[in-house]
Design a binder for this molecule. Structure first.
Ligand code: NAD
Length: 297
């Protein structure tokens, strides 16, 4: 029988651990979320982060800035937050307007407060790991992008072996695909990255023990990509048309990249959408906040 990798349940269990760790702290960890403009999807993600933060006893400050803000003013604002002792983590909610320079904005965040793990100092620490030719004691501790961290936690907490396993990561984004591939390489898996120019994805997918799909394409991983015994992590979140209501209005539902119904008859374990990687991303963000808090001590 297929095992469902339940991110919602695991997220709740980690929330209990985080709550008890935070309860012991005199000064509570504080996360600053900077939002530029008023993207409805961002509003929903920020709402989930606030709710999780409140649940575990952390504090979340939401700074809503206008679309018209200049690059320099935003960088100045971030630098002020870097200096504040009462702020332990900083996120600039993505996407941001194209008028802003995303790279410069990420670089402005103090790497010890960079709970999204997108500052080059943090990406470099991940790039170096597992520090094969370096003394790990000489490497500063870094923060890893939350979705990548959540995926690895979901696999490990479900006792899925990674050492020597063949893993295919579908997607090469800075936010998900690349950090996930690096983190799994550091866990001693043998990782291949596929992207939109990959030829014969189904053949490649079948050759791997674990498939992590972060393409944002509903139905990309169908039964022609799957074989018995595989573990599937579905990162994709795609809004597709669902059944029409009585009023003939099309309802939308959220699906992943994987044909879940087909996959669950073939593979040995799979994460659902929703309820898989999504809740793990929020959880990992707050694990990062706790780590950031300790880095600043
Ligand atoms: P992105 O658009 O930046 O990257 C998509 C990647 O998929 C690209 O590297 C592209 O080359 C690859 N790709 C596209 N079509 C492909 C194809 N046909 N075959 C192989 N590769 C293909 O997106 P992203 O930010 O990395 O997010 C990916 C998906 O994950 C989206 O659906 C996003 O909503 C979702 N996501 C979910 C969470 C979560 O917490 N559940 C977090 C972040 C992103």
């Amino acid at each position: 029988m297929v095992k469902i990798l339940d991110g919602k349940k695991l997220s709740g269990e980690i929330a209990v651990e985080l709550t008890s760790k935070i309860a012991k702290l005199k000064i509570k960890p504080v996360l600053a979320i900077i939002q530029i403009g008023n993207n409805p999807e961002s509003n929903s993600y920020i709402g989930r982060k606030k709710a999780y933060g409140e649940k575990i006893g952390a504090k979340v400050h939401h700074f809503a800035l206008p679309n018209s803000i200049s690059n320099n003013s935003l960088i100045k604002f971030i630098k002020e937050l870097n200096e504040r002792k009462d702020i332990h983590g900083i996120i600039v909610q993505l996407p941001i307007p194209k008028t802003l320079n995303k790279y410069e904005i990420m670089e402005a965040i103090d790497y010890k407060k960079d709970v999204d793990g997108l500052n080059s100092k943090n990406t470099n620490i991940l790039y170096e790991s597992p520090f094969e030719n370096l003394d790990p004691k000489k490497i500063p501790k870094g923060l890893v992008p939350a979705t990548a961290k959540g995926i690895v936690t979901l696999l490990k907490k479900n006792n899925i072996a990674l050492v020597g396993k063949k893993v295919l990561v579908v997607g090469r984004s800075v936010l998900v695909g690349k950090p996930t591939a690096l983190l799994l390489t550091a866990e001693n898996a043998t990782v291949t990255i596929a992207h939109k120019h990959t030829i014969n994805l189904p053949k490649l997918a079948k050759e791997n023990d674990i498939i992590i799909s972060a393409a944002g394409k509903a139905g990309l991983i169908g039964k022609n990509c799957l074989r018995k015994g595989q573990v599937i992590i579905d990162v994709g979140t795609n809004a597709v048309a669902g059944p029409k209501t009585l009023e003939e209005v099309t309802k939308y539902k959220m699906v992943g990249d994987v044909d879940f119904e087909a996959a669950k008859k073939i593979v040995s374990a799979i994460s659902p959408v929703p309820g898989g990687v999504g809740p793990m991303t929020v959880t990992s963000l707050f694990e990062n906040l706790f780590e950031a808090y300790n880095l600043q001590k």
